[in-house]
Design a protein around this ligand. Structure first.
Ligand code: GNR
Ligand code: NI
Length: 175
């Protein structure tokens, strides 16, 4: 397994729509293992492939506040939301592609999804709580959407401006 570099906003890659996968093979499983390692080391509770620059509809999630033994990774390939609840919940969200910024976001409290698992088997999942929020956050990534898109233009622009400034000083350090 190897750790990959996470792409930070603003970057046009994060705005692209990811493509469905055609088959689940060992090469894909290797990529999912890399995503999991990258997510754990960040650390984060979810990661979409686009965040490491791969435009495929692929997500890893682990909301178990993980001591080694209790790890509970979830691999979602070509996930589709089949229903969303009318009732909503609010969580403070963060994103590994938007480091250092957090905001309360309102989303459907429950969702049902269809997806292929690590072995390529078709599965269904009913999610609520943090898992439901995380799944929706990750599927947004697959459609080129970020949590800051739900904020006012003013708040969103402030965050993007700060991230851009950090990128520029980071570039100077590298030079
Ligand atoms: O690590 C993460 N935490 C988080 C908290 C609340 C709602 C969503 C998330 S996902 C985020 C990791 C990430 O950026 N996934 O795309
Ligand atoms: Ni994210």
């Amino acid at each position: 397994m190897s750790k990959r570099k996470i792409i930070i906003e603003p970057d046009p890659i994060l705005r692209k729509v990811s493509e469905p996968l055609e088959k689940v093979d060992n090469e894909l499983r290797k990529l999912m293992d890399d995503m999991l390692e990258t997510m754990y080391s960040a650390p984060g509770i979810g990661l979409a492939a686009v965040q490491i620059g791969i435009l495929k509809r692929l997500i890893v999630i682990d909301i178990s506040k993980g001591e080694e033994k209790k790890k509970n990774p979830l691999f979602l390939i070509n996930p589709i939301i089949t229903s969303r609840s009318k009732d909503t919940s609010i969580y403070e969200e963060g994103c590994l592609s938007i480091p250092g910024h957090f905001a309360e976001i309102e989303r459907p409290a429950q969702c049902h999804i269809n997806f292929l698992d690590y072995t390529g088997k078709q599965k269904q999942l009913k999610a609520d709580g943090l898992l439901s929020t995380c799944i929706q956050h990750e599927i947004d990534h697959l459609d080129g959407k970020l949590f800051i898109d739900y904020l006012s233009k003013l708040k969103k622009n402030m965050i993007i401006k700060k991230l851009l400034k950090q990128k520029k000083t980071q570039d100077k350090i590298v030079l």
